[in-house]
Design a protein around this ligand. Structure first.
Ligand code: NAD
Length: 439
């Protein structure tokens, strides 16, 4: 079976590489020539643990190209994994998906199954099928199937090799059988349903996870007001198997390429059908406010950040990725700069991407120690292992005033109690072991 994948981002490349690992020959297509050149020289254009190694070890089964015609012409199955970013009104921009549909229509010369892996609004599979059919150049049999992707960045390779489930949305049984064959060696429950339900499963799953995060963040905010501890509250909740312990970590809000746009897109879609998804609206609103939580907290300690040296630990939206899309750092840094702060920042993988947005305004440091040296205040935006394993005692040794605002609750309060620092985190007591008081 010959497989092609359109798009070599987090979803497309990981899908292509994992299918090659399962023995398939896979042609991976991208419009970005630079990316294709990098992949052909054995370099993964994105950071994802284990990806580059797996790509290199399967190089003889992988073909990276910008020539879509060569890739799609005789493919049995074509996966679409291109982006579906947010439009200004919150709806999903499907232009990338539609342009792949046209390229497929132009190219295919034999019967094939087109599989939409990108997250697309309910009804998109039908539209893609009609675009392809209207523009077909050759008389071939074609079917379009939905196969949403559930990988998480940071664990994308493992999530794809060992998926929690494989959802296949089809209108004909025979298409379902072909996709079952593709996935025959993956150990995971396979759910076959119709295309609209498959499309909805993806949005409902992501939006539910985002809802869980916003819920625990609101409970954390209330914990701060009434003097409860969110870590204990989440632990106590998580023992209940109906609730589960995952996604109960409070913090400064979710980011990334999926939750923000997928909540907005489903909310938009519901509105378009005259239905208001109130829980999702609340999820979005809570998250927008939560991203500003630390900068608001900083006002308790300083009127403004003007002239202060601000240390930032973590720029990416979560650890294990170099992706900055919708990261809280992107909202906070402009406010700090506007205030007149001098920013020093460290990140384990995201510095190069951050430099594309803020090339000169920030001093980028190679170590956490350098970042903290002489800083007046520290903001933790991402819970990288390096940050979690950093000895809390060193904050006071390196910083001018060791005020730490932790947006990811990296340290347990017992270890902080013994340190001469001010530690203000999310949903927990503020520990102030400094000898002076603030405004
Ligand atoms: P991405 O932006 O990382 O990658 C998209 C790639 O598609 C880019 O490399 C781009 O150059 C390429 N592209 C654009 N037009 C093309 C064309 N005509 N032909 C070939 N390539 C083309 O996107 P992503 O994060 O991988 O997300 C892709 C889709 O998967 C989105 O719908 C997203 O919502 C969904 N998804 C993403 C994740 C995630 O964690 N990133 C998880 C599950 C689902």
């Amino acid at each position: 079976m010959k497989i092609a994948v359109a798009g070599t981002g987090y979803v497309g490349l990981v899908t292509g590489v994992c299918l090659a690992e399962h023995g398939y020959n896979v042609s991976c297509v991208d419009i970005d020539n630079e990316k294709v050149e990098l992949m052909n020289s054995g370099i993964a254009p994105i950071y994802e643990p284990g990806l580059e190694e797996l790509m290199v070890s399967n190089m003889e089964k992988l073909f990276f190209t910008t020539n879509y015609y060569d890739a799609y012409r005789d493919a049995d199955v074509i996966f679409i994994g291109v982006g579906t970013p947010e439009k200004l009104d919150g709806s999903a921009d499907l232009n990338y998906v539609y342009s792949v549909a046209l390229q497929i229509a132009e190219s295919i010369e034999k019967d094939c199954v087109v599989v939409i892996k990108s997250t697309v609004p309910i009804g998109t599979n039908e539209k893609v099928e009609s675009i392809i059919r209207k523009n077909l150049k050759k008389n071939v049999n074609l079917s379009v199937a939905s196969n949403p992707e559930f990988l998480a960045q940071g664990t994308a390779v493992q999530d794809t090799l060992y998926p929690s489930r494989i959802v296949i949305g089809v209108e004909e049984e025979s298409t379902g059988m072909i996709l079952k064959e593709v996935y025959q060696n993956f150990e995971a429950p396979i759910l076959i349903t119709n295309r609209r339900s498959a499309e909805m499963i993806k949005y409902a799953s992501n939006d539910f996870l985002a809802l869980k995060i916003s819920f625990i963040n609101e409970i954390a905010n209330l914990c701060e007001i009434i003097g409860a501890d969110i870590e204990d509250v989440a632990l106590g909740m998580g023992y209940d198997s109906r609730i589960g312990s995952k996604f109960l970590n409070s913090g400064i809000g979710y980011g990334g390429s999926c939750f923000p746009k997928d909540t907005k897109a489903l909310h938009w879609l519901a509105n378009f059908h005259d239905y208001e998804l109130k829980t999702i609206k609340a999820t979005i609103d809570v998250n927008e406010n939560q991203k500003l939580k630390l900068i608001k907290k900083s006002r308790k300690y300083f009127d403004s950040l003007n002239g202060l040296t601000v240390a930032i630990l973590g720029l990416t939206f979560k650890p294990g990725t170099d992706d900055l899309r919708e990261a809280p750092s992107l909202v906070n840094v402009p406010i700090m700069l506007e205030d007149g702060a001098k920013i020093k920042a460290w990140d384990s993988a995201g510095v190069n991407n951050f430099k594309k947005v803020f090339p000169d305004e920030i001093t980028y440091c190679k170590t956490i120690e350098d970042t903290l040296t002489d800083a007046d205040i520290c903001f933790i935006f991402t819970e990288w292992e390096e940050v979690k394993n950093f000895n809390v005692l060193n904050f006071s040794k390196l910083m001018k005033t060791p005020i730490i605002l932790d947006g990811r609750n990296c340290y347990n309060l017992v270890s902080v109690q013994k340190s001469p620092i001010l530690y203000d985190s999310i949903g927990r007591e503020t520990i102030n072991n400094l000898e002076f008081s603030f405004i």
